[in-house]
Design a protein around this ligand. Structure first.
Ligand SMILES: [Zn+2]
Length: 93
């Protein structure tokens, strides 16, 4: 006897096995379930990817000297700015 399972990835542990949410005797019931809870398409497929235009500026995680290209990681933002101010620019400043 064929059963139809609705499984989803474990969002917190993507490498782990998928989690079974429900099982049905017919594919139609399984599709209805996925449409009701996950806005699935007519085949029960859901799309996990959203494409949204962002107007946020990309937050660079390094401070880069425009003259010599030297980079200062902003893991410590204060230190990065001090090191930036004090570095010896390779093009002679
Ligand atoms: Zn420089």
């Amino acid at each position: 006897m064929i059963k139809y399972y609705v499984d989803v990835p474990n969002a917190a542990l993507p490498d782990e096995v998928w989690i079974t949410l429900a099982s049905f005797d017919t594919k139609e019931e399984a599709i209805e379930y996925t449409q009701h809870y996950f806005l699935a398409d007519e085949e029960g497929n859901i799309n996990l990817i959203s494409e949204i235009e962002s107007d946020e500026e990309e937050d660079e995680d390094v401070l880069r000297c425009e003259k010599c290209g030297k980079e200062f990681p902003k893991s410590d933002e204060y230190y990065a700015e001090v090191a930036y101010d004090q570095h010896e620019c390779e093009d002679g400043g």
